[in-house]
Ligand binder design. Structure first.
Ligand code: PLP
Length: 296
């Protein structure tokens, strides 16, 4: 597979107030967040020209920055408008959207009180996160655990938290799996490296309580869709010993959308009615062909 590098493409990127040529959207090597892990970011998808839940993503971006200790200087309405303008400028109707902020290069050390806060938005075309999505992905267990919220602000979507995800994902891929399931610091089932997880048993849907990992926007959408179909949602701490007791499993995330899981570390699942209905409903919802009331 030939890679199209992300720093060598045609198009436009919004950077600190201006639309710049894609190849000129550069920062210095002594950028604080590159060294100290406090870049905050959003991953969003646009369908038929509309960014799905754009306002919620922008709100989370601002919240993530607050959680890691800074304020994004670009107001939410402006970020939402930039996403729309950037899609128009790049000619995309269906694309991935990445809005992000970071501490600049004014200070280099643990303290960066006076570092400037930068913001950028980029959009690119991106298909399914997993190849052969509807077959169900194969997942292994990660050796890495999601940390306590007393160790790191786990509700933030911040780059430092993704070091664990990349290590877990790389190991899984090197062993032929699509992804890895991480437990949390207490040993409960937490999430995958870029998605939340749901299980089905006896017609009810079980999902881990998001008290130390990202409470995904797609996770809430899936809960709303499941409730609209009349399914019971049980949010609770799930032990890894229970993995053998579930009949279906699926994951949710902006990139993954709703993806069926065929296996977790030897426990097999058969994507069946509930998973298929939710995959279909999500697909309709994001394209404006279904309405659902939001609970979260
Ligand atoms: C670690 C992690 N968990 C969960 C999610 C799902 O979040 P969302 O549905 O808001 O995309 C993501 C995706 O951003 C993620 O990276």
């Amino acid at each position: 597979m030939s890679l199209l590098p992300y720093d060598d493409r045609d198009g436009w990127i919004w950077l600190d107030g201006q639309f710049v040529d894609w190849r000129d959207a550069k920062i210095h090597v002594l950028t604080h967040s590159l060294h100290y892990g406090a870049c905050v970011f959003e991953g969003e998808r646009a369908y038929n020209g509309q960014v799905f839940k754009s306002e919620e993503h922008t709100k989370r971006l601002h919240r993530s920055a607050e959680l890691v200790g800074y304020k994004i200087p670009v107001p939410a309405e402006e970020i939402n408008q930039i996403k729309r303008d950037l899609m128009d400028k790049n000619g995309f109707a269906d694309c991935y959207v990445r809005a992000f902020s970071w501490r600049g290069a004014e200070m280099m050390g643990v303290s960066a009180q006076k570092a400037e806060i930068h913001t950028s938005v980029a959009v690119w075309e991106w298909g399914n996160y997993f190849a052969d999505k509807m077959k169900g992905i194969r997942v292994t267990m990660s050796d890495w655990q999601r940390p306590s919220p007393k160790t790191i602000p786990s509700a933030a979507k911040a780059s430092g938290l993704y070091m664990i995800c990349t290590m877990a994902k790389h190991k899984a891929e090197s062993q032929g799996y699509a992804d890895a399931l991480m437990l949390d610091y207490r040993g409960y089932v937490a999430e995958l490296t870029g998605a939340n997880v749901f299980f089905v048993r006896d017609g009810a849907i079980h999902t881990p309580t998001p008290d130390c990992f990202l409470d995904g926007i797609t996770r809430h959408t899936a809960i709303d869709l499941a409730k609209a179909r009349g399914y019971e949602i049980i949010e609770r701490h799930i032990k890894p010993e229970e993995l053998s007791t579930f009949s279906e499993c699926f994951i949710t995330g902006t990139a993954a959308e709703i993806t069926p899981v065929a296996e977790i570390a030897g426990h097999t699942y058969k994507p069946s009615v509930i998973t298929e209905e939710l995959v279909e409903d999500y697909d309709k919802l994001v394209r404006g062909k279904l309405k659902v009331s939001e609970t979260a």
